[in-house]
Ligand binder design. Sequence first.
Ligand SMILES: C[S@@+](CC[C@H](N)C(=O)[O-])C[C@H]1O[C@@H](n2cnc3c(N)ncnc32)[C@H](O)[C@@H]1O
Length: 251
Amino acid sequence: MSDRVDSEFRAADWDSYKMATRDPFVELEPVDAEIALVDDALAALVARGIIPHARYDRGRFMTHREAVRAVFEIPWTAITPRQERLIWALSAITQPRRMVAAGVFCGFTFICNAGAAVGPGATYQAEDLVGVEIKAQEAQRAERNVRLIDPTGVARVIAEDAVQVVADYPAQIDLLYLDANGDRGRGKGIYLEILEVAYDRLTPGALVLAHNSVNAAEKLADYLAFVRDSAHMSASVNVILDPEGLEVSVR
Ligand SMILES: C[S@@+](CC[C@H](N)C(=O)[O-])C[C@H]1O[C@@H](n2cnc3c(N)ncnc32)[C@H](O)[C@@H]1O
């Protein structure tokens, strides 16, 4: 049962802020406006007890953004610049040592998370950041992309089923990122399947991020009801900066 349906942060222009998915780096607004909005979203997450503070190194973020833009091969992405900044900032603030990201496609969403710990914009040290992509060719491209940013291998992409990877993961997980659209007819329902498998191994205070909390809300109904139930997650906020949305939950 959902007991926190009113828990959201919504940008006034969330539905008109639209990107060209095949041309993802086109400037959609002045960077100061992007910073101010993401600051407001982070402050809302602090107020709900999801993150401890809202400070992150904006200069390091820009170093990260520019490095990724220079070398990544991205056929398309629906991750907007606002979402990219929000995801990077959440990692920079909470500093997850171990992350599993499910459904990373070409690796762009994954490096938004991992780039706070690896590459030229890194602000802390992580132990193991694994991106999982079920399509072998996409996983290979994502791994190629990530290697150009992180020569160390702390961040890596593997070609597997995220449900299996989480089930077999040998340690506690500090950040779970969900973006898989499911295979074999499983669809977005796979988010809940992955979370249920991971649940007992999430560290107290672990973040769980779910992309498409707005444009796939219907398909994610069971997932959203689960994370918005305080019996399962201590807090959850739907952060609506763009038409896709990101549900940010804390264990
Ligand atoms: C829609 S894409 C994510 C793209 C991302 N939102 C972006 O805009 O850049 C979802 C990816 O999840 C992958 N996927 C589907 N089921 C999966 C599973 N069980 N494990 C890992 N990846 C999976 C798909 O192959 C696909 O590349």
